[in-house]
Design a protein around this ligand. Structure first.
Ligand SMILES: [Zn+2]
Length: 395
């Protein structure tokens, strides 16, 4: 297979040759050769790696009864957004509920090779988070609790050891020991939904924490102006940080400041999407909760100003980062693919355009107003798994 495209704004097009699922050669575009995908004026990038996603297209994996075939359906539909790898995220709940959700995801990965291939691991966000209002976000306070290594081991057993990313609040007395153990076991530990003092953030990093989860969200509405956990995490070079760039969770000017402070190399874009994502505007029933999705993609509880999640898709997050924060297209693409791949240690196989790497790639175009990325094709292991049949140039 031959894919042709530019690898960034201002770059010249290259020809990427793929054999047996891997990139075998990268050369300047040769117009005398016929490309199977892409073209001189189009773009090619590593597929997106979403570290935080709770569901998609009406399919919710924080519901333990969601059958494997529905989880597989969501994974397939996400290809249209450029996602070639995702870490399905299970949030705070009772022990039994979390066990059920993790086991359901593991069953889907066992039954469907394409789901196992798309999901290098699972993200457990909670339940070892702050019970404080504001810091806990939408996580239920009654289930927020201190880290418990034996409980965590049982959850790993329930899903075949697939939890690779864990978000916790480091202020619990048990947290530093827990972070050390988790890191030693190969789990990437992230800080989030926390009310920790700045000194505690530094201790957590020394213990092995490596990322801030959706920095700037899952936080109190009012904070001390200097001594707070947002500044402390921003300044901590040992922490990468993920951001929800939907224009609602962080005002564009805040996203701009956060991305500049954390830097292009340490910033990661996540969708944190809920099951209402991918369905468009309107009222949606998700389990016991009704949410309203506005035309602008803001999710709220009907009749209230309260946000109830995100319906962001990764190709839109990339376009938003460029538009809101003024970062270069190449930098935004890195935040959505290579940076998370590197953090999770899967970059040796995928997550970059280099010879020898698996061909997990997207081909896309930018509209005339630079507001959108239009995903034209998604390739996993050198196989075209999504093709946009009605592409247009509208913006
Ligand atoms: Zn969260």
């Amino acid at each position: 297979m031959l894919i042709r495209g530019k690898t960034g704004a201002g770059a010249n097009a290259v020809d990427i040759r793929i054999e047996a699922g891997r990139i075998v050669a990268i050369n300047a575009a040769d117009a005398s050769l016929r490309a199977d995908l892409g073209g001189e004026s189009l773009y090619v990038a590593p597929g997106f790696v979403d570290l935080q996603i709770n569901g998609y297209a009406g399919i919710d994996w924080n519901d333990a009864t969601t059958p494997p075939e529905r989880i597989a359906e969501a994974v397939r539909k996400l290809r249209a957004t450029g996602a070639t790898a995702l870490y399905p995220t299970v949030i705070t709940g009772s022990r039994e509920h979390i066990t059920g959700c993790l086991a359901a995801l593991a069953r889907a990965m066992d039954r469907y090779p394409e789901v196992a291939r798309a999901c290098p691991g699972l993200h457990l966000e909670g339940p070892y988070i702050s019970p404080e209002d504001g810091a806990r976000g939408a996580h239920p306070a009654q289930h927020a609790r201190p880290p418990d290594w034996n409980e965590f081991r049982r959850w790993q057993d329930a899903c075949g050891g697939r939890i690779r990313l864990l978000t916790l609040a480091p202020e619990w007395p048990e947290a530093l020991d827990f972070i050390e153990r988790a890191a030693r076991s190969g789990v990437t530990v992230a800080l989030g939904h926390t009310a920790a003092a700045p000194a505690r953030i530094a201790e957590a990093v020394r213990a092995g924490a490596r990322m801030s989860t959706h920095l700037g969200n899952g936080s109190h509405a009012v904070l001390p102006r200097h001594e707070n956990y947002i500044w402390a995490q921003l300044a901590e070079d040992g922490l990468a940080a993920s951001f929800i760039a939907d224009g609602h969770h962080l005002p564009p000017y805040v996203l701009k400041c956060l991305l500049r402070a954390k830097g292009a190399e340490r910033s990661i874009l996540v969708t944190d999407a809920i099951a209402a994502a991918g369905l468009g505007a309107g009222r949606r029933r998700l389990g016991d909760v009704e949410v309203e999705v506005s035309d602008a993609g803001r999710v709220s509880l009907p009749g209230t100003p309260y946000m109830a999640g995100s319906v962001l898709e990764m190709h839109r997050a990339v376009a938003n980062a460029v538009r809101f924060a003024g970062v270069q297209l190449d930098e935004a693409l890195s935040m959505a693919g290579p940076n998370p791949a590197k953090l999770m240690g899967i970059d040796g196989e995928s997550g970059s355009i280099q010879t020898g790497r698996r061909a997990d790639l997207i081909v896309f175009d930018r509209d005339a107003c630079n507001l959108h990325l239009q995903i034209l094709a998604t390739v996993i292991d050198g196989e075209t798994v999504y093709k946009n049949v009605d592409a247009n140039q509208e913006c």
